[in-house]
Design a protein around this ligand. Structure first.
Ligand code: NCD
Length: 338
C-alpha cells in the first residue's frame, strides 16, 4: 500500500495492517532514543516545518521533539493570524514556499481536507496533525500502539477486545481515525457512548460494520463502560455552530474514580487524546483518577513521540540508518537514569 519513502501521511485510509506493523516496529526501535539512553544524528541538517494553524500543545511539541530526537531542526508557525493565510494566501502557495525551506512538514488546520490540499503544492512529505473534524492519523496510531501495549499487560490482544468510545464522537477526529484503523483487526466490540446529536457519523459506523465488528450505539454511560478500553473525549467546542450549543453538552459525561468503580471493569484501561477539560463545569476525566494504574493518558503521550519519530524515519527513509548515526550522551538525563 504505502511505501513510506517521500510519501505524505494524510489519512489512516492509506494504512493497511502491514503498514501499521511496520510503523510499530520502527516506533519500538525508537524507545532508547526517546528515553535519552542513546542519541542519533541521522536527520542532522534536515528541517521540519511544523505548521500549526489551530491550538495544540502535545501534537505540536511532540512532532518537534520527535524530529529533534532524530537530530533534525524545527521551524514553526503557530496560529492562523500570525501567518500569511490571514492575508489571503492560498494553501497551495504557502506549500510552494515552505517546500523551499523544509525537508518535511507537520501541519494542523481547522478545515477538513486542508492538509491534503496543502500537500498538492508541497514536494516534501506532509504529515497530517489534524484537519478539522476529519482525521488525526498520528493520534490514531499512537492510540493503537497504546491499546496494544496496555492490553499486552493482561495478555490480551486488540483482536477480540471491547472498546467504549465516549463523549463527542461527532466532531472528535481522533475517534474517527482510531475507529477506521481498528477496521484492520478482528472481532472488536464497539460501544459508541455519546449524547443524541454527538454520535459517531454514519460513514464511520458503516466502515466499522463492514469490517465485521459489533457496534452498540448508546446515549448513557451507565451499563456501557464495562469495556477493556474506555476512551473518553472532549466536547470539541471550537467546532460547534455556537458556544450555547456546546454548553448544552459540557459535563454530560464525566468519569471519576467512583464512576470507574461502579461501571468499568476492574482493569479497564482509561484513555483520552488530551487535553482533558478539567474546568469544573466539564471535568470529564477527574483528577482523582491520577493514581489509578489503568489511567494510560500520559503513556499515550510517550507513545506519541515514538510514532512520530517512526513516521519521520520512514518517510525520510532513514529507519535502517538510525543506529549507524549514533552518538554519545554525555549529559545527565533523568529519563536515561530512570
Ligand atoms: C485532540 C485533537 O486535537 O484532535 N488532541 C490531540 O491532538 N491530542 C483532541 C482534542 O482536542 O480534544
Amino acid at each position: 500500500m504505502l511505501s513510506f519513502q517521500g510519501e505524505n501521511i494524510l489519512s489512516v485510509n492509506q494504512l493497511d495492517r502491514d503498514c501499521i506493523e511496520r510503523i510499530f516496529a520502527v516506533a519500538k526501535k525508537m524507545e532508547p532514543y526517546a528515553k535519552k539512553q542513546k542519541r542519533t544524528n541521522v536527520l542532522e541538517g534536515a528541517i521540519l516545518a511544523n505548521l500549526f494553524f489551530e491550538p495544540s500543545t502535545r501534537t505540536r511539541v511532540s512532532f518537534g521533539t520527535a524530529f529533534n530526537l532524530l537530530g533534525g531542526l524545527v521551524r514553526e508557525t503557530t496560529g492562523m493570524q500570525s501567518s500569511a493565510l490571514a492575508k489571503g494566501e492560498s494553501l497551495y502557495d504557502t506549500a510552494r514556499v515552505i517546500s523551499a525551506y523544509a525537508d518535511a512538514v507537520a501541519m494542523r488546520h481547522p478545515d477538513a481536507g486542508s492538509v491534503a490540499e496543502f500537500a498538492t503544492g508541497c514536494d516534501v512529505p506532509v504529515i497530517n496533525g489534524g484537519d478539522g473534524p476529519n482525521e488525526h492519523p498520528t493520534q490514531a496510531l499512537l492510540d493503537l500502539l497504546t491499546i496494544e501495549r496496555e492490553l499486552g499487560r493482561f495478555n490480551q490482544s486488540i483482536d477480540g477486545m471491547h472498546i467504549a468510545l465516549v463523549g463527542d464522537l461527532k466532531y472528535g477526529r481522533t475517534v474517527h481515525s482510531l475507529s477506521k484503523l481498528l477496521c484492520h483487526y478482528k472481532d472488536v466490540k464497539f460501544s459508541m457512548v455519546a449524547p443524541d446529536g454527538l454520535q459517531m457519523p454514519d460513514y464511520i459506523l458503516d466502515a466499522v460494520d463492514n469490517a465485521g465488528h459489533k457496534i452498540q450505539v448508546v446515549d448513557k454511560m451507565e451499563g456501557n463502560l464495562a469495556a477493556d478500553i474506555v476512551y473518553q473525549t472532549r466536547i470539541q467546542e471550537e467546532r460547534f455552530p455556537s458556544q450555547e450549543e456546546a454548553n448544552k453538552y459540557r459535563g454530560g459525561f464525566r468519569i471519576s474514580q467512583a464512576i470507574y468503580n461502579a461501571h468499568c471493569k476492574p482493569n479497564s484501561v482509561l484513555m483520552h487524546p488530551l487535553p482533558r477539560d478539567s474546568r469544573l463545569e466539564a471535568n470529564e476525566l477527574d483528577n482523582d483518577l491520577n493514581s489509578n494504574d489503568n489511567l494510560a493518558i500520559f503513556r499515550q503521550v510517550q507513545n506519541g513521540v515514538l510514532i512520530r519519530m517512526a513516521l519521520f524515519a520512514l518517510t525520510l527513509d532513514v529507519a535502517d540508518k538510525v543506529e549507524q548515526y549514533e552518538v554519545d550522551v554525555p549529559w545527565f538525563s533523568r529519563k536515561r537514569n530512570s
